[in-house]
Ligand binder design. Structure first.
Ligand code: ZN
Ligand code: ZN
Length: 175
């Protein structure tokens, strides 16, 4: 068994709009290479820095992606064993091309909704302030649905007996 510890530069553009690996950021590999009958088994961990945007409050965030890796590289003369498996990796000149494996593993591990912290409160729907900074708060402005309703009430001809209003005349205002 061989131990492989290395820092490798990752290609630019890995990630999504929400979370990505910064261009030129190195990944730390800590891998074991084991000779098996079919080829070489590569396993271990990969760590890489992440940058992104919190899905709730849109603040920039940085994190570390940590991935467990386990991949069998087949000897070229064993490659026929894998048949139609297009994902099967094959040693080329006894060389395992680890980069695509690392890349795929990292991309698969990226969070779909990265958060600046697990319980980020997000943004105020009214003013857009970050609730983690300004705290929970309310705005005087009335809910627009109720505002529309009060306009209806105001436009009601004066002098009419309120008791004569039938239920359901004001949708949602049955009180
Ligand atoms: Zn956040
Ligand atoms: Zn607000």
């Amino acid at each position: 068994m061989r131990r492989l510890r290395a820092r490798v530069d990752l290609p630019a553009g890995l990630g999504t709009e929400m979370v990505w690996i910064p261009a030129g950021a190195p990944a730390e590999l800590d891998l074991r290479l084991e000779s098996v009958i079919e080829g070489v088994l590569v396993s271990g961990t990969v760590n890489a820095p992440l940058q992104g945007e919190c899905a709730r409050c849109l603040e920039p965030l940085s994190d570390t992606a940590a991935v467990e890796l386990r991949e069998l590289f087949y000897y070229a003369d064993r490659a026929t064993d894998v048949g139609d498996d297009e994902d099967a990796r094959v040693l080329v000149d006894d060389h395992a091309d680890i980069e695509p494996v690392v890349r795929d593993a990292l991309v698969l591990t990226l969070p779909l909704s990265p958060l600046c912290r697990p319980d980020c409160a997000g943004l105020c729907v009214d003013c857009g302030a970050r609730l983690d900074e300004v705290g929970d708060h309310t705005h005087e402005r009335a809910d627009p649905r109720w505002a529309a309703l009060s306009t209806l009430v105001d436009e009601e001809p004066s002098g009419r007996d309120p008791a004569g209003r039938g239920r359901g005349q004001f949708p949602g205002s049955d009180v």
